[in-house]
Design a protein. Structure first.
Length: 222
């Protein structure tokens, strides 16, 4: 509206940033110093926590679909749904899914995780890798997840955060600045405290790696 000061929409900005990143995201992720070498191992460690999940397994902020195929392999009796706000990331994920042997069990959609197009208690298990620290309203995602997830449903989160001990405490501010520069990723967000504050989730397991800066959290909905 004329005369009104316009504030940039952060969510649209994030979608645009990842639209731009989409063409090189997989190459960067595989080759980035530190990340490339260990990243694949952490992803496998995280997806193993979904083992045995049946029904519908949701990948929130699926990006280029790096986890979708692994999820479909780990959960042979499940349908895997990947959602992301970046249309271009979703397009790449969709192409990968179509070319895979799991094509009949993978669905990919453009969707905002703060307001998902799923019925209450319709999702059996959920997963998110590096999404909570890249989203504008991570606390809203936790609330929305508590709505769509079935009771007893498992949530697996792979992400970065403030190290709790060790030498990474010194490198943390630098790595945080780099992550923000590239993907608006705010590794200072304490994802564990967001889940702990929601009475609907109970922590089942916590795995720390990379000098305690990386973590896998497993929650169950009560
Ligand atoms: C760092 S990337 C991680 C992508 C993927 N999970 C992976 O492990 O490679 C973060 C992703 O979260 C998506 N994202 C951020 N906020 C979101 C939201 N509110 N709803 C859905 N996706 C979101 C971004 O578009 C981006 O693709």
């Amino acid at each position: 509206m004329k005369g009104m000061r316009e504030f940039p929409d952060r969510k649209a900005k994030i979608a645009k940033r990842y639209d731009k990143w989409s063409t090189i995201y997989d190459k960067f992720d595989a080759k980035a110093p530190l990340l490339g070498r260990y990243g694949a191992k952490w992803r496998i460690m995280a997806v193993r926590e979904l083992k045995g999940c049946k029904g519908t397994v949701l990948d929130m902020g699926c990006g280029t679909g790096k986890m979708l195929l692994l999820m479909a392999k780990e959960c042979p009796s499940a349908t895997v749904i990947g959602v992301d706000i970046s249309e271009k990331m979703v397009n790449i994920a969709s192409e990968k899914a179509k070319k895979s042997e799991y094509r009949d069990r993978i669905i990919v959609k453009v969707m905002d995780c703060t307001s998902m197009d799923f019925d209450d208690e319709s999702i059996d298990c959920a997963f998110a890798s590096y999404t909570f620290t890249s989203a504008t309203d991570p606390e809203k995602i936790v609330v929305e997840l508590s709505r769509v997830l079935k009771r007893g449903g498992r949530v697996v989160i792979l992400d970065w955060g403030r190290p709790i001990c060790g030498p990474m405490i010194i490198l943390y501010p630098l790595l945080g600045a780099i992550a923000y520069l590239f993907g608006y990723t705010r590794i200072s967000i304490n994802v564990k405290s967001l889940f702990d504050a929601c009475e609907k989730f109970r922590l089942v397991k916590e795995i720390r790696f990379f000098g305690s800066m990386g973590y896998i959290l497993v929650y169950s909905k009560v």
